[in-house]
Design a binder for this molecule. Sequence first.
Ligand SMILES: [Zn+2]
Ligand SMILES: [Zn+2]
Length: 327
Amino acid sequence: MKALIFDNRLYFSNTYPVPLLKENQALIKIRMAGICATDMEILKGYRGFKGVPGHEFVGIVEKIKGEKQTLLGRRVAGEINCVCGKCGYCRKGLKNHCSRRTVPGIAGRDGVFAEYLTLPLENLHEVPANLADEEAVFTEPLAAAFEILEQVRVKGDDRILILGDGKLGILCSLVLRRVSSSILLAGKHPEKLDIVKKQNIAWTLIDKLHLRKEYDIVVDATGAPEGLQKALEFVKPRGTVVMKTTVEKSASMNLSSIVINEINVVGSRCGPFEPAIRALADGEIDVKPLITEIIPFSKWKRAFARARDRDSLKVILDMREKGEINA
Ligand SMILES: [Zn+2]
Ligand SMILES: [Zn+2]
């Protein structure tokens, strides 16, 4: 099959083996795949991953091994944590923390920048017919934004600051706006911030932020190792900092303000798919303005270059091309 492979460098193959279908798994033909900031970190060596990268997708179930055949032929999005079902975390319902988990394109399992992917049946969610492929690829990152609501009790009058105007920062602001009337998104790119302005979210440049220690909740979605330090400058005593940044680099910082101001620091990763799909399908969250470009798989080099551009938000690979690709 056609696939992109990362092994110290990213390259293309027309003859990569189709993944082997195991019991209670589905073979999914990928229709579209989103390029995410985590993928760009993987290409820098984050987590030492080797294989097919990519984890945001929408596709069609072509084969199922197991009894539950109901999803055959259906269009699906998929949760990315593939779990053992037996360890202590799995038994407590904390599957995303399974000690034996694999994650497509991130840890121990081939990802979605390929014609085919296998995933456990339990990970799949059918995509409603009214949702376009290019919207459905946002399910996974939007679910990650919804995870904040699973972890933090947000009150309607909480003042919330989101740092970072990348995809995840914007998605977090769109989710949090549903539960709080005071949302401010701070970033460095006026052209990206303009997108949220059109969706009626207040924004500012990070350099212009002045209200220190004023926010009940600060979300760090900067994607920068210094993001936590910035978040600590703006959160109130006894407030909450939600950390969404995962980067390969690290930063040294003084953490004493966490102690002095008794700050709650919450790490936050993958989230629930159901509310994300519902919000997309009901039109409550509009992700279309976040699409920078949809690029055919054969032009993958251009797609990754575009994803690196300063003004770029979501670049989507269209995987539906037929035949061999000369790439
Ligand atoms: Zn992602
Ligand atoms: Zn487990």
